[in-house]
Each structure stands twice: as C-alpha cells, then as structure tokens.
Design a protein around this ligand. Structure first.
Ligand SMILES: N[C@@H](CCC(=O)N[C@@H](CS)C(=O)NCC(=O)O)C(=O)O
Length: 203
C-alpha cells in the first residue's frame, strides 16, 4: 500500500503528519511530493480546494486534508496504541490539546506572514500583537495544565510539540523557553524523540 503526501518542508502542519508517520511505523508506505502551496501555478488546488499542504492521497486515490483528518486516517492503519485514544475522556483531552497546538500554530503562521511576507507598507502591528498575545495566553494555559502533557503519547502531545518547535523556528524572538521554563523542560524531552529529531524544519 502506498500513499502520497504532498508536503512543504517548513510547514508545521506537515510536521504533525511526518511525526505521526514515524511514531506509527508507516514510513515505508508513504511517497513524498514536495509542493509549494504559494506557487500560483500549483496543481495542488485540483486536489485540495483550500490550496494547502498537507494533503494525503490514499492508495485508493482519495484526497484527505487537513492535518487532523490525515492523522486520524493514519491512526486507523496500524495495530499499536492509538494517537487518538478511543476512551471518551482521554480522547477529549487529546483533541483539546491538539486544538490548542493548532491554534498556536495558526496564530504563529499569521504573525510570521504579517511580519515577513506581507509588503511592509501593508503590515498591521495590532494584528501581530493580537496573535502573539494568543500564543502567550496559550503557553500560560499549557503551563497551568502541564500534567496533561504526561502519559501515553497522543495527538495532543504531538501537536503541542510541533507548535513549540515552530515558535523556535519562526518566532524565536518570543523567547518563550525563558518565560515558560516548565514547558521548555517538557519540550526538550519531547523533542528528543526520534520522530521529532528527524523532522526538524529548516529553510
Ligand atoms: N488547518 C490546516 C492548515 C494547513 C496550512 O495552513 N498549511 C499552510 C502551510 S504551513 C499552507 O498550505 N498555506 C497556503 C495558503 O494558506 O494558501 C491543517 O491543519 O492542515
């Protein structure tokens, strides 16, 4: 069985998939197609109407997006412990943490685009501050709920790990590890996983 992952190497949402693939032992079943979603000529839009990566083409030709849906699909293809726990309370906790990690990523991507991609004359400082404030509140929330980051690996842990990694990659000036040392300790330990080490983003 071979699936195709349309990816960009710096996308943190793609990193979620790559970490999941590694953790689930599915690496041998995935072919990769590098895709620049910002290229106006891209054929990605024919497969994902949103024009975003990641997109996964299953072995039956079905196209799946976004990162949550793809991970849930991959989680149904193996026999090991689930990234999406079946038991209700554990599942809601995992989904909640995944939503928080995705929200941090959304805010970080918006702030990065506003600061580095938008023409200078059109940049809106209030918008950037709003995104950075959302990130800060989320890191404070994670620190208050640090216990949720323990236990059996699930999708929430994986997404928070990718989100914190993206902050280091794109918003290093936030200096978040200094301000949230408990979270930084967790992140250091989590980032030592093989799946995280083999997916470190670079330009
Ligand atoms: N919610 C989506 C977000 C995907 C996303 O925003 N991907 C970015 C790359 S980091 C993208 O393709 N952006 C192109 C665009 O917004 O047009 C997911 O979880 O997969």
């Amino acid at each position: 069985m071979t699936m195709i992952l349309r990816y960009s190497p710096t996308s943190p949402y793609v990193r979620k998939i790559s970490v999941a693939i590694s953790e689930l032992g599915l690496s041998g079943q995935i072919e990769h197609i590098a895709t620049d979603p910002w290229n106006p000529e891209t054929d990605l839009t024919a497969q994902n109407p949103l024009g975003k990566v990641p997109a996964l083409i299953t072995d039956s030709g079905e196209v799946l997006f976004d990162s949550h849906v793809i991970c849930e699909y991959l989680d149904g293809l193996h026999r090991g412990p689930r990234l999406f726990p079946p038991e209700r309370t554990a599942r809601i906790q995992a989904l909640q943490l995944e939503a928080l990690g995705d929200g941090v990523l959304d805010a970080a991507v918006l702030a990065f685009i506003e600061t580095h991609r938008r023409p200078e004359a059109h940049r809106w400082a209030v918008w950037v501050s709003r995104q950075r404030a959302a990130i800060d509140r989320s890191l404070a929330w994670l620190t208050e709920h640090i216990d949720l980051l323990g236990g059996q690996l699930h999708m929430g842990h994986l997404t928070v790990g990718c989100a914190l990694g993206y902050l280091d990659f794109r918003l290093a000036d936030l200096n978040w590890p200094e301000r949230y040392p408990d979270l930084a300790d967790w992140c250091r330990e989590f980032s030592a996983r093989e799946s995280m080490r083999e997916t470190i983003p670079s330009d």
